[in-house]
Design a protein around this ligand. Sequence first.
Ligand code: PAF
Length: 284
Amino acid sequence: MIIARNAAELPAREQGAHRAVVMTMGALHDGHLALVRRARELADQVVVTIFVNPLQFNEAADLDRYPRTLDADCALLEPLGVDAVFAPSVDEMYPGGAPTVTVSAGAIGDVLEGAHRPGHFDGVLTVVLKLLHLTSPNVALFGAKDAQQVIAVRAMVRDLAVPVEIEAVGTVRDPDGLALSSRNVHLSARERGEALILSRALLAAAEAARNGGAAPDVLATGRAVLAQRPPASAVRVDYLEAIDPLTAMAVAEDYRGEAVIAVAARVGATRLIDNVTVTIGEEE
Ligand code: PAF
């Protein structure tokens, strides 16, 4: 497995070879490894990028404490048959500091996570586009847990005619339902236990949708579960919303079709997000 610090060190894409890229910020867990395994099924060559992208962090403290575990990450990737890890430095990616020209996520960047983290999705799209140029994949894989990120990346690829296929891979969960995230390491045992209310709320909302509930019923069901947390809970909910999977905008009350129920909360000092895809307004 090649560990490339700049694009010139990446292996050339052989004539006719199909290349997949999995973009990460490192601190890899089973969710990332599921992306890599799927990439291995799809392509002859698999490149994993590991880069903690300063452009997408709003708080310097959050950027500083983001776990950086390159050696451990590489040890997880090598047995999966990854051809190359692309792990550039910040100077390599942004020589001369923050780029002058960036990608705007438009309205997608203003809602939900974007409302809580202004500029976050512009930072994500800017690095994703640059990494796509540097790694030249046929397909790029992203975790469905970051639903709004997947929506933004798909919109960029569509709107800017970027020649790559985007595949979203389902969220990997611990047996008790907690969605895997690199941020989970920051949760205390008590916070981790309390965080389970997020996946429970999503499960309840998904069941309401399966039973034919309209959007307001689905949301009320999920929010009712969240409201059961005790007053001293470490969980501070930011939102539980039903969004259109193409635009990330909240769906109308009479919406029918596929929707993403997205939830976000601070659990102690750690911000967690999770989601589930449902079909609204069509009883199964
Ligand atoms: O999902 C992530 O880890 C990051 O947002 C990504 C896509 C690697 C861009 O920095």
